[in-house]
Design a protein around this ligand. Sequence first.
Ligand code: DGL
Length: 264
Amino acid sequence: MLNPSNPIGVMDTGVGGLTVVKELQRILPGEDIFYFGDSANCPYGNKPEDEIFRLSSNMIQFLQDNGSKCTAIACNTISTMAEKLRPCFNHRIISIVEEAAKYVIREGIESTGLIATEFTVKSGKYAELVHVGNPNCKVIGKGSHNLAALVDRGDFNQHDINEEIRSNVDVILAQEPVKNLILGCTHYPIVESNFHECYPDMHIINPALEQANAVKAYLTEQNALNPQKKGTFTICTSGDPQVYVNVGKRLGLFEASELKVVHI
Ligand code: DGL
């Protein structure tokens, strides 16, 4: 039996997972949220698989040790390894990639661009999961080497961000004139307005709400929703906490009850 008063764990390589926190706070305002962002090691998306696995396992262990009743892997890069990570832990782990793929299937989308980290695109996980429900759906991916790190830096240099977006999305469009674009890295919805500015007619898919809905469905099924009115929000990071304050404001999050630097 899950304890309803325990927190929901949310993890990311940095500030990106705050886009999932935004949706969780909106649909589950009574829940305590316990966040870990590994900004000291961000970006993960250009690292080798064994290193990502080791760093991610440490993060999930830290959330489990802090009582997570379930953990949302808000990071797409880490979520591509969800099946390998799950057997190492004794609480429910919810992958953002799995939830995004279900959305694409449910909406009957026939072709979509995918901008994500190089690791996520190379893993082929999005196409694999989408093809389970819609074998004909075209998923055209392009890995960005720099966008997550540019966002995690927190200074929002508009020129650099737009350049990085255009240079990647144009490669997708040269292959297929897609009308949908999955933001397959949780850092990217923080600069969603830049995507709209660069591609005003594109339907931008932000998987954060899908993952938050999956967390809600799981806790409802387990009878483990926290009955309190307003939850606490604890942020732990291995990096610069000020970036979390700035991004939290930018996204309109409830202010963190606690913000601390933790090395795990
Ligand atoms: N935010 C992470 C994701 O969703 C990746 C950023 C990184 O490369 O660390 O994939």
